[in-house]
Each structure stands twice: as structure tokens, then as C-alpha cells.
Design a protein around this ligand. Structure first.
Ligand code: PEP
Ligand code: MG
Length: 937
């Protein structure tokens, strides 16, 4: 007996459904949620979903469907016919369908949709009779022809056309001509006769251009639509969006075939989009937009400025238009009931789409709404306070990267007051931005690549523009509402954006923007306040963000700190950076790179003297000139950290980095140092290395020039002694870089302890508080961690070098081939950004395990760039590290990522994530830190 075919088609509607919300991978987000709404008894036009597996199969078999699909579609279609009481293709009472995409993760506007499928020369009279409206029927038909010829007959057929030369634009031009000939401005002013004539002209043009007849058979239309949606998964827009969002190409899209309902059947009909909470601010209020007498895509297309759904949501732009609340109060009340039910059921903010067909409300979609970072934090905190979700859930609701937005700069309010206000639009994306005007997406992308900050200014944006929107510092449009394409995309990215700024007159062809009697071009600066929707002329001063002023942020971060089991430190080289790090919640410094300190004008000369010195004596003399400066550096940093641990790394880069490169400067330096230029050049020649990254650097410097290590540790210990005498609590941790063997470390540690002893005696102290450890950044160090831990009291993974040496990729030259590696999926991510768990991660795990076998209380952290990458922070938690260290601005991101890791993988086996477990873990971590602090040498 043949095996039963898999289920490819899932029906929904009429209060039942084959699918459920949890089946997103198979049914896509839209399909799964349509099924769920149907189960909840919410009015959903009946239909069926063809699974994402069929998409994968379709791609694999070059456009062929699994054999069992047709029969399953026929069966589901018959069910819809029964529920709607109208047969598909019936001349008297025809059923029409919409065919839409629906991936696992929402990709707004990136794939194709075809509406009104099933309208043919035979069914048209039936539709006219059904609704008694000839104009409406021909309008529906001309929309079908326009969409279908574009999506199915051109794009899905793989026909490449120049921008604006596609069939759709050609038909749009015929439509415009018609309006001109009839002396009207709006589509709605065309009569049934006009539209009928247009449909005929459209079909003729299609035949001429595409050499194919517009299909007059409902089944052919249906299958053409289904195939086109599948094809659109690999369309240019979708591929480019997936790349930006990191959505895997294997997922595929589902196809939703659903009975058509019409929002454009007169004044009793409408269509709209709404959010159960404000997606920009997170405020708890029903927020949405709608259009009376409009069809589906009109609201999001941004062509007409939509009306507010309720009175409270009216803005200056929509004040004069009636709201749904006042125009259709009963339906508004029904919609309110539904949104409340949906938010409670899904326990998250929903983005919903609805259509009202002659007084009947239909829900077309619900999905978790995209939101700004600010809104995400507010919603998470408030929903937890309302009891809708738990605190761990609230912590999981905010993506660590979203905090970035709060840490975002904004326009300086003082500068705003004095600035020339050009126009006001809708505040669609957060923060402030300033840049020169770019008029097209391509222009924005190419100019941004050269480092020029640009604001992309468009009448409206379309999915074709995403690359330019991504590259721009901000986006500004003259049309569209808060749910327009520009607004949705910018909000998702947390990018500054203003839409619907009607006062702008944008002349893209001539690269001119006229507004408020000013004409601006590509060299002119404009500034945007995305939170208020105000556009200014000129380059306004910006203010650094101050997240601590946001109460919700403070609450969320407090919960994160109570939950996480990893400590978070910062990489900082100056007292200012250290203070900033503490303000962002750093619990110590994980890496102070000392090399930057020698570039200051007051000491670079002594450094160079030391480098060119021919004898040890001369070198020692020069190096000791640096001592007071170094001591000062360490006093500043240790003091700024107020008793928190500070890891100070000994000199790391090769010495030639401190010498000038240009011939002119070499001459100058020779004169300054009182040496012959030829002698200086000879010394430089001697220092030259073919592979400096693998050369005379790190502890190799300290081994061959012990006086450098002596000076640096003396500076650390004298600073410690001085501060201790002043009653300050300090905790320096001396870190030896680039160790590959235990002997290297021992060599340096002997010097460190000897100098410590000298300082203790010179200052008549009983002891000095310090520990000595090493970076683990050479693969050999990771492999011999058990040995190295005999001496090292702590490890800090230098994953920049560890990645470099594990892969054999130069960290400075990876740009030459990384894009190809990513494109061809040879690498999933840039390994210098996100830790390579399989290779580099394995070395980390091994070193943790073997290091702790030797020394159970070994303190372990990470100070490579990965310490601020959320994904890598999660890895560090799981690998059992004590802390991560990252740049000060990434500290809050690491704190939240660490909390999420503790929720997902609580360190104590068997413990459920939750308040109690999190508190206990936090207390334990705090105690451990306190105990460690108390251990003095
Ligand atoms: C590292 O290698 O990861 C590290 C932190 O050191 P640096 O980047 O200074 O080489
Ligand atoms: Mg390094």
C-alpha cells in the first residue's frame, strides 16, 4: 500500500481550523495566526494555508508540486465554497480569493500578493449581480489584472525590466491617461464604463508586451498566484531583506488562499491596521489607522494619509478626518473586544489587520507587532506589572540590541529651539539624526559607504528601497502613515524616521527638495527629531543618550541584574571611559589596554627613546621616564572604579607601531632623539616584521625587555600603594598578554611578584592587593590551560586573537574575503563579531574545564569584542565564565543578554527559571565577588 501523503494544506474559518498558533514553522506566521483566530471564534474569512514544506519542495524540484497537493487544495477549496455559499468560478455567484505569502517571521511587503482571483469574463456578471454594483466589479477586475500581470506574468516568469518600465507601470500610465482624458483626479471618480474600457486596454497591452493572454480561467489564475508567491520567496527584495534580518533561505514561505472580503464597497466598508499598544512609545492604548472605502493594501501602501482609528489617536495630520470610533461606533466596539481578546490570548502586543465589508467586520491578520526598543521596554515592564506576563518573560521580550536605541543620540533640544523648522510629519522612528539629503536608495547606499551621513528623502518608500534605508542615518517621506512601509521597516530597525511629511515637495529627478519656501539639494544638511516628527534645516548638535532617565529601562535592568549569573565588566583605557562604564552598570574593568597611553604627546618621545636605545642601560633610563605617567594613568582608572576589580594588561603591540612611518617624520624624530637618521632607519629595519601579528609582541616583549614589564608593574603597584594609603579600596589584576607556554607566564610572573615585594618594602606596607593572570588568546594556551592555571589566578579570553589564530584569518585583512564567505555560506557570521562556537568555542570550553581542574576557583572572563555580542554572551554563560567584558556602550546589552542566558539555561541543573532562582543565583554571585575581594595577598 502506498504511504499516505503528508498534509500540505490546512483549512481555517467558521470557528474551526486544522492548524494552531504554534505551527508557525509549517504554516508561516500569518497562516498559523489565521488558524488560531478562527479557533478563538473571531470572524476570519475562510481559507486554507499551503505549507512552507511545499515551498521548499517547489524550489527543490524547479517549480513542480508534490503529487498530492492538487487533491488537497481541491478539498480545502470545496470547504470554503461551502462555508461562503459561493462556488469558485461560478457565473452566477462567484467566490473570489486572495493569495498571500506568509513566512515564519514577518517580512513586511517583501513578497507578493494577488487579490480578486477568480474574476473572469464569465464570473464578472455574477459579481455585478451579487453586489449590484458594476463599478465595483470592474474596479476589482482592473486591480486583479494589474496585480496579476505584474506578479505572476512578469516577475514570477523571471522577466527582467528596467525600473519604471515593468508592465505594472505601463498599466498605471494607461490609468493616468484615462483620468486625464476624463478630467478627473482620483481613481474613485472613474465610472464603470471607464473601468470596463480600461480592463480591455490593459489586457491588450499585456498581450502586446508579454506576448501572452491574460488568463480567463479561475483555476489557472489560482495556481498562477500560488506559484508566484512561492517564487517571490527568492525575489530580489525578499533575499535582500532576509540578508539584513538574518532569516535563513531554507525556511520558505507558506501561501494563504482566503475568501475575498471587500473594504471598498462604499461608505459602509473600510479597511485598517491597528496595534493593541502604541508601537512607537509602548503606551497602553489602542492605536491604528484605517481608510473608508478602500481595499487591503491601500493603508500600508502609503498613498492616502489614513484616518485615526479612535479619537485619542488623532494627530495634527488626521484631526479633520473622522475616526472609526465616531464613524462606525458599533463596529469599533466589536474591534475593541477582539483586540483585547487577542492581546490577552497571545500575551503580547498584536499588529492586526481588518476589513469591514458593508457593515461586517472581518479579521485578516494578527501577529506580534514590531516595536521600537523604547516601546519594547515599556511594554515588557508594564505587561509584567499588569500580571499579563512574568518578569523572566518581560526580560525575554526585549532584544538586547534594542537597548541600543535608548543609548541612541538625540538632537540637542537647545539647538532645536534655535533651528529653522522646515516641516512636521509623523514620528515613526526613534532618536535624532542628521545628514545630507539622498534622493534615492542607491544614492543613499553609495554615499553612506564613503562615510557620509545621509538622510534618505523619498515621497514614499517601497521594499525596493530597503538597502538604502538601511544605509541611511534616517528616513524621511512626504506620504504615508505610521503603518506605511517606511514606518514599519524603520521601527523594526530602531532607526530615526519621519513619514507623511506633506509639506515636502520632492523632485527626485533633479535632486531637489522644496519645503517651506526653501530649496535644498544633495549637499544640504537636514536634521530629524524622530520622536516628535520635526524636520530642521542644517546640521544640528546631537546629545548623547541618557537611558538612566527612563524609569522602565531602570526597572528592566534591575530585573536583569537580579537574574543574571554572569558579571559584566567593561574594556576601558581612561578614567573617563571607566566612569562611563560604571554609569552603564559595569562591575569592573576586564581590560585596560596600556599601549594607547604611550601615544600621548607628553610621553611618546620617551617611548621612542626606549625603542631605539642600543644598550639595556639606555633603554632602562628611557623606560623609567615613563613611570610617573603610567602611575598617574593607573591612579586615575583605579580610583574611578572605586574598589571594583581592574584588569590591567601589560604592553601588547609590536614596538614598531610606536615609530613614525613617513620619511619626513623619521628625519624629525632622529633629530629630536639626537641620533643619526641612518641609525634610526637601521633600528627600524631591525624591528620590521613580515607577520607582526605573530611577531615580537605580547609577553614576548616583556620576556626580551624585562625593564618594560618592571616599569609597568611598578607603576601599577605604586598607584595601588598610594591609593591604599589614602584609604581608597583598589583591586588591580595584572594581566600578561599573548602567553603560549607556562614558562613565558612564569618568566613574567617572577618579575611581577619581585617588583610587588619591592614596592611593599619601599612603602612599609604589610601587603598589596593584587592578582596575576593571563590572556588566553593563543590556541596553545587554551590547549595547555591546565598547566597555565598552575600560575595564573585568572584567565581572560582574548577572542580577537584567539579567533585570528584558530582560523588563521588576519583580523585586519578578513574584509577582503569575508563578504564572499558569508554570501556562499562558508561562514554563518563574521567570527570576529559572533564567537565561532564550534571551533574557537571548543578551545574556550576546553580551557575552562582544564583550567578549573587545576585551580577550582580560577576566575574566568572574556575581553575580546565578543564580550558585547548577545549571542556570544549567551555562549560565555553556558561555558561557565564568571564575567564578560565589553565596550562601555555595550554594557547594558551584555547585562540583558546575560539575564536571558540565565533564564534559558539556569546554571544550577534542575532549577526552573524564575524570580526565586534568579535572586538566589544573584546573591551567590555577589557573595562570591565579596569573598574574592576580601582575599588579599
Ligand atoms: C583579544 O585579542 O581578544 C584582545 C582583547 O586583545 P587585543 O584586541 O588588544 O589584541
Ligand atoms: Mg589580543
Amino acid at each position: 500500500m502506498a504511504a499516505k501523503a503528508p498534509k500540505y494544506v490546512y483549512a481555517f474559518g467558521g470557528g474551526t481550523a486544522d492548524g494552531r498558533a504554534e505551527m508557525k514553522n509549517l504554516l508561516g506566521g500569518k497562516g498559523a495566526n489565521l488558524a488560531e483566530m478562527s479557533r478563538l471564534g473571531i470572524p476570519v474569512p475562510p481559507g486554507f494555508t499551503i505549507t512552507t514544506e511545499v515551498c521548499a519542495d517547489f524550489m527543490k524540484h524547479k517549480g513542480a508540486y508534490p503529487a498530492a497537493l492538487k487533491a488537497q487544495v481541491d478539498k480545502a477549496l470545496a470547504k470554503v465554497e461551502k462555508q461562503m455559499g459561493r462556488p469558485f468560478g461560478d457565473p452566477a455567484n462567484p467566490l473570489l480569493f486572495s493569495v498571500r505569502s506568509g513566512a515564519r517571521s514577518s517580512m513586511p511587503g517583501m513578497m507578493e500578493t494577488v487579490l480578486n482571483i477568480g474574476l473572469t469574463s464569465r464570473t464578472l456578471p455574477g459579481l455585478i449581480a451579487q453586489f449590484g454594483d458594476e463599478r465595483f466589479a470592474y474596479d476589482a477586475y482592473r486591480r486583479l489584472i494589474m496585480m496579476y500581470s505584474d506578479v505572476v506574468m512578469e516577475k514570477a516568469a523571471g522577466i527582467e525590466v528596467e525600473r519604471d518600465q515593468g508592465i505594472r507601470m505601463q498599466l498605471e500610465r494607461i490609468l493616468e491617461e484615462k483620468k486625464r482624458a476624463r478630467g478627473v483626479q482620483l481613481d474613485t471618480q472613474l465610472t464603470a464604463g471607464d473601468l470596463k474600457d480600461l480592463c480591455e486596454r490593459f489586457k491588450k497591452r499585456i498581450q502586446e508586451v508579454l506576448n501572452k493572454e491574460f488568463p480567463d480561467d479561475p483555476q489557472e489564475q489560482l495556481w498562477g498566484g500560488i506559484a508566484a508567491v512561492f517564487h517571490s520567496w527568492n525575489g530580489k527584495r525578499a533575499v535582500s531583506y532576509r540578508k539584513i534580518e538574518g532569516i535563513p533561505g531554507e525556511w520558505g514561505t507558506a501561501v494563504n488562499v482566503q475568501a475575498m472580503v471587500f473594504g471598498n464597497m462604499g461608505e459602509e466598508s473600510a479597511t485598517g491596521v491597528a496595534f493593541t499598544r502604541d508601537p512607537a512609545t509602548g503606551q497602553r492604548r489602542f492605536y491604528g489607522e484605517f481608510l473608508i472605502n478602500a481595499q487591503g493594501e491601500d493603508v500600508v501602501a502609503g498613498i492616502r494619509t489614513p484616518q485615526s482609528i479612535n479619537e485619542i489617536g488623532k494627530s495634527d495630520q488626521t484631526r479633520h478626518l473622522s475616526s472609526l470610533e465616531s464613524a462606525m461606533p458599533k463596529l469599533y466596539k466589536q474591534l475593541v473586544g477582539i483586540y483585547k481578546k487577542l492581546e490577552k490570548h497571545y500575551r503580547d502586543m498584536q499588529d492586526i489587520e481588518f476589513t469591514i465589508e458593508r457593515g461586517t467586520l472581518w479579521m485578516l491578520q494578527t501577529r506580534v507587532g514590531k516595536r521600537t526598543g523604547t516601546a519594547a521596554i515599556r511594554m515588557a515592564v508594564e505587561m509584567a506589572s499588569e500580571g499579563l506576563i512574568s518578569k523572566p518573560e518581560a526580560l525575554m521580550r526585549v532584544k538586547p540590541e534594542q537597548l541600543d536605541e535608548l543609548l541612541h543620540p538625540m538632537l540637542d533640544p537647545a539647538a532645536e529651539k534655535a533651528a529653522v523648522k522646515l516641516a512636521t510629519g509623523l514620528p515613526a522612528g526613534p532618536g535624532g539624526a542628521t545628514g545630507k539629503i539622498a534622493f534615492t536608495a542607491d544614492e543613499a547606499e553609495s554615499r553612506a559607504k564613503t562615510g557620509e551621513p545621509v538622510v534618505l528623502v523619498r515621497p514614499e518608500t517601497s521594499p525596493e528601497d530597503v538597502h538604502g534605508m538601511h544605509a541611511a542615518a534616517a528616513i524621511l517621506t512626504s506620504k504615508g502613515g505610521m503603518t506605511s512601509h517606511a514606518a514599519l521597516v524603520a521601527r523594526g530597525w530602531g532607526k530615526c524616521c519621519i513619514v507623511g511629511c506633506g509639506a515636502l515637495d520632492i523632485d527626485t529627478a533633479n535632486r531637489r527638495l522644496t519645503v517651506n519656501s526653501r530649496t535644498l539639494g544633495p549637499d544640504d544638511w537636514i536634521s530629524l527629531n524622530g520622536a516628535r516628527g520635526v524636520v530642521y534645516e542644517g546640521k544640528l548638535a546631537m546629545l548623547e543618550a541618557d537611558p538612566e532617565k527612563n524609569e522602565d529601562y531602570r526597572k528592566l535592568m534591575k530585573w536583569a541584574d537580579q537574574t543574571r549569573q554572569l558579571l559584566v565588566r567593561a574594556n576601558a583605557d581612561t578614567p573617563e571611559d571607566a566612569a562611563q562604564a560604571v554609569a552603564f552598570g559595569a562591575q569592573g574593568i576586564g581590560l585596560t589596554r596600556t599601549e594607547h597611553m604611550f601615544f600621548a604627546p607628553d610621553r611618546i618621545k620617551a617611548m621612542r627613546e626606549m625603542i631605539v636605545a642600543e644598550t639595556e642601560e639606555a633603554r632602562r633610563k628611557a623606560v623609567m621616564k615613563l613611570l610617573p605617567y603610567q602611575k598617574n594613568d593607573f591612579v586615575g582608572i583605579l580610583k574611578a572604579m572605586g574598589g571594583r576589580p581592574v584588569t590591567i594588561r601589560l604592553l601588547d603591540p609590536p614596538l614598531h607601531e610606536f615609530l613614525p612611518k613617513e620619511e619626513r617624520l623619521v628625519e624629525e624624530l632622529a633629530q629630536e632623539l639626537g641620533v643619526r637618521p641612518a641609525a634610526l632607519r637601521a633600528r627600524m629595519e631591525q624591528l620590521h616584521e613580515l607577520n607582526p601579528m605573530l611577531g615580537h609582541r605580547g609577553c614576548r616583549l616583556g620576556v626580551s625587555y624585562p625593564e618594560i614589564t618592571e616599569m609597568q608593574v611598578r607603576a601599577i603597584f605604586e598607584a595601588t600603594a598610594e591609593l591604599t594609603r589614602q584609604g581608597e579600596r583598589v583591586m588591580p589584576e595584572v594581566m600578561v598578554p599573548l602567553v603560549g607556554t607556562l614558562q613565558e607566564l612564569d618568566n613574567q610572573v617572577e618579575i611581577i611578584h619581585r617588583v610587588a615585594q619591592e614596592v611593599v618594602q619601599e612603602n612599609a606596607l604589610r601587603r598589596l592587593p593584587y592578582t596575576v593572570g593571563t590572556m588566553i588568546e593563543v590556541p596553545r594556551a587554551a590547549l595547555t590551560a591546565g598547566q597555565i592555571a598552575q600560575t595564573a589566578e585568572f584567565f581572560s579570553f582574548g577572542t580577537n586573537d584567539l579567533t585570528q589564530m584558530t582560523f588563521g584569518f588576519s583580523r585586519d585583512d578578513i574584509g577582503g574575503f569575508l563578504p564572499y564567505y558569508l554570501e556562499q555560506k562558508i561562514l554563518p557570521d563574521d567570527p570576529f563579531q559572533t564567537i565561532d562556537r564550534i571551533g574557537v568555542g571548543r578551545l574556550v570550553e576546553l580551557a575552562v574545564q582544564e583550567g578549573r581542574q587545576t585551580r577550582p576557583d580560577l576566575k574566568i572572563g572574556i575581553c575580546g569584542e565578543h564580550g558585547g555580542d548577545p549571542d556570544s554572551v549567551m555562549f560565555c554563560h553556558r561555558a561557565g565564565l564568571n564575567y564578560v567584558s565589553c565596550s562601555p556602550f555595550r554594557v547594558p546589552i551584555a547585562r540583558l543578554a546575560a539575564a536571558q542566558a540565565a533564564i534559558l539555561w539556569p546554571r544550577k541543573a534542575g532549577k526552573k527559571p524564575g524570580k526565586k532562582a534568579a535572586r538566589k543565583a544573584e546573591k551567590k554571585a555577589a557573595k562570591k565577588t565579596a569573598k574574592k575581594k576580601a582575599v588579599k595577598r
